[in-house]
Write a protein that binds this ligand. Structure first.
Ligand code: GLY
Length: 423
């Protein structure tokens, strides 16, 4: 099979790493890819939102399948254009992608279909949004409605900070994505990330993990796209997985199909395990980043048939995936200033070393300068991942590898997995 993989982050590097292990693969082309991905196959400098160029590339390489990594490509309508061109695609249509591209859409969708989630108010007026804070208790959850690369969420402990977050978003900090804000009830409990595949009709749970969203140790600092993940997480009892499947994932697939937009791809159900049961925090229309990294390390089964089956409507022909018994941990090495103002250009040393069979270093935001030196090029720079017989061993291996990599000015959390290990 010829596969075109769209994206350039740690999630896509992990997907590429797994796809290249498939005996079904003839050729993998990645657009645009990153220096880590370039070591696995061909990369082409095409932007993830350049839909016509991606469709041409898919045709040129006679792609049997296009795999969409990031939500920005979903929002750009890549799956729709590929469908029109007759190219099988793993990734939802733009309309189904509203489950991530508009938080206001998703909250109204949950209300229409009775999916459990917290109370909310949507507003595009600062005075109205601030007045609506009366309906909520601190901490206040303020979200930009649209896609903001993981930066549009503020959890404000005080009313003053909540009002500042409203002013920030409506004042243009996130561009059009912040033209409306969603104020949400803060859900108390433990947060989890569950992944479910759908081929338009059939659904299947496809792993779960826990992420650390705050920038600094002890769940301090600003919200980020995720600073580290681990799996399996003890939060995910069989009972909880069943509840999330039955109460959130499957009803969402049924409802979005009933609204005329059958879902093809992976749905990332980010939920809070509250005292009343799982409640939706948000849907994302792609694999989590860095959740995908630990999923791919633990996935024993060939990934490609699952991706293909979602595109062709044949998921019911496949057995559930097999996972390794081992635990996996991912530690994000971030650039100085992340998430607010990441500094690019630091020269990285040690990332290309040999860390042994149980460790993988996925590139998330890197580039090579003209002399071949690896540099930081984004907020989250490297994802240092390891397998171990348990979380303790996986974590020790990941941090040992982190200690051998130098990212000047950069930082990472030192407590990934604490929720599981402190239990
Ligand atoms: N790690 C959370 C996300 O991918 O949005």
């Amino acid at each position: 099979m010829n596969i075109l993989l769209v994206g350039s982050g740690g999630r896509e590097h992990a997907l590429a790493w797994k796809i290249t292990q498939s005996p079904r693969l003839s050729r993998l082309v990645m657009a645009p890819g990153n220096p880590g991905m370039a070591a696995l196959g061909e990369t082409r400098p095409v932007k993830v939102t350049d839909v016509p160029a991606l469709v041409s590339l898919a045709r040129e390489i006679q792609a049997d399948l296009v795999v969409i990594g990031p939500e920005s490509a979903v929002e750009a309508g890549l799956a729709d254009a590929l469908a029109a061109a007759g190219v099988p695609c793993f990734g939802p249509s733009r309309a189904a992608g509203q489950l991530e591209s508009s938080k206001a859409f998703t909250k109204a969708f949950c209300a229409r279909h009775g999916l459990p989630t917290g109370a909310y108010v949507v507003s595009d007026q600062a005075a109205e949004a601030k007045a609506a804070l009366d309906q909520f208790q601190p901490p206040y959850v303020i979200k930009a409605d649209g896609l903001a690369a993981g930066k549009g969420v503020v959890i404000a402990p005080t009313r003053g900070e909540a009002e500042a977050a409203i002013d920030d978003a409506l004042g243009g900090r996130f561009g059009a994505a912040g033209a409306r804000v969603v104020i949400e009830e803060f859900l108390d409990g433990e947060i989890g990330s569950l992944f479910a595949l759908c081929d338009g009709t059939h659904a299947m749970v496809f792993g779960h993990a826990q992420d650390h969203k705050r920038a600094y140790d002890g769940e301090q600092g600003p919200n980020t796209g995720g600073m580290g993940t681990y799996a399996p997480a003890p939060l995910f009892t069989d009972d909880l997985v069943e509840r999330v499947r039955k109460e959130l994932a499957e009803p969402a697939f049924a409802a979005i199909a009933a609204e005329g937009f059958p879902y093809r791809g992976v749905l990332f159900v980010e939920f809070m395990a509250t005292a009343e049961g799982p409640k939706l925090v948000e849907f994302n229309v792609r694999f989590g980043d860095p959740e995908c990294q630990v999923l791919m390390l633990r996935l024993e089964s060939d990934l490609v048939p699952y991706l293909m089956a979602c595109a062709t409507g044949e998921l019911n022909r496949l057995a559930p995936p097999v996972w390794r018994d081992q635990a996996a941990v991912c530690v994000v090495m971030a650039a100085e200033g992340y998430p607010d103002a990441p500094v690019a250009g630091a020269s990285i040393t040690g990332a290309d070393g040999d860390f042994g069979r149980e460790v993988e270093v996925f590139h998330a935001g890197t580039r090579r300068d003209e002399t071949g030196v690896l540099q930081a090029a984004g907020g989250r720079v490297l994802n240092v991942c390891a397998l171990g017989s348990d979380l303790v061993q996986a974590r020790a291996r990941a941090y040992e590898a982190v200690s051998r990599i130098d990212l000047p000015g950069g930082f990472h959390r030192t407590d990934i997995g604490w929720r599981a290990l402190d239990r």
